[in-house]
Design a protein around this ligand. Structure first.
Ligand SMILES: [Fe+2]
Length: 211
């Protein structure tokens, strides 16, 4: 009996941060009173706005973020390790968007997006792209249309999760993704915090056996 193995999955986790309201109260007034014209160096072709996250308010989230990050690696069977979370805020008016990019630069082992303020009816979540499409592309150009490997934009296997305020998405930093503008114009701000989990060092095991 032949078997099909759909290999090499991308591990994306969607979680919910319980402290969102508390964090939102602290951070939204600060972000909305600042300049929306700044953007990250990588985002020069995007219509977007970023500012680095300092520690203000982050202590409210710290425990939940660490728990989510460490659960992700525990699920993969990794040993605990020392890491640093480097975060930035994205503040979008309804016409702002980010073109396809990834977060892999050096020591990043995991990336995340935490939705602080998000209109479920009008705003759109991040969209992840299938980067494993070389085989599907080859079949496509021969005029074949593989049912499970389709890559064109009309029938794409790109992934977008159902999210709400307080949702946290974790994904491998090499996963290409983009952020569409809102489904319709509105006056609200879509605010998220993106971050990378950067590897610092392994944790040495303490040998507690008595020799
Ligand atoms: Fe991103």
């Amino acid at each position: 009996m032949a078997q099909l193995f759909p290999l090499f999955s991308t591990n994306i986790v969607v979680d919910q941060i319980p402290n969102n309201e508390k964090f939102k109260e602290i951070i939204v007034p600060k972000l909305t009173s600042s300049n929306l014209d700044t953007k990250a160096p990588w985002a020069k072709h995007c219509h977007t706005s970023q500012q680095l996250a300092d520690s203000e308010g982050l202590d409210v989230l710290q425990t939940e973020l660490q728990l989510a990050v460490e659960s992700y690696f525990s699920y993969l069977g990794c040993e605990p390790f020392k890491y640093e979370i480097r975060a930035w805020y994205n503040v979008h008016t309804s016409d702002m968007y980010q073109q396809t990019h990834h977060h892999m630069n050096g020591d990043e082992l995991l990336s995340g997006i935490y939705y602080i303020q998000f209109d479920k009816e009008k705003d759109q979540p991040v969209v992840f792209i299938n980067s494993n499409n070389t085989f599907a592309t080859a079949l496509k150009y021969k005029g074949l249309h593989p049912k499970f490997l389709e890559w064109d934009t009309d029938n794409t296997p790109d992934f977008s999760a159902q999210i709400q305020e307080g949702s946290l998405i974790l994904f491998p930093p090499c996963t290409p993704h983009y952020v569409p503008k809102a489904k319709e114009p509105h006056d609200g701000l879509r605010i998220s915090m993106s971050f990378n989990v950067c590897f610092l060092d392994t944790i040495e095991k303490v040998d507690d056996t008595n020799n």
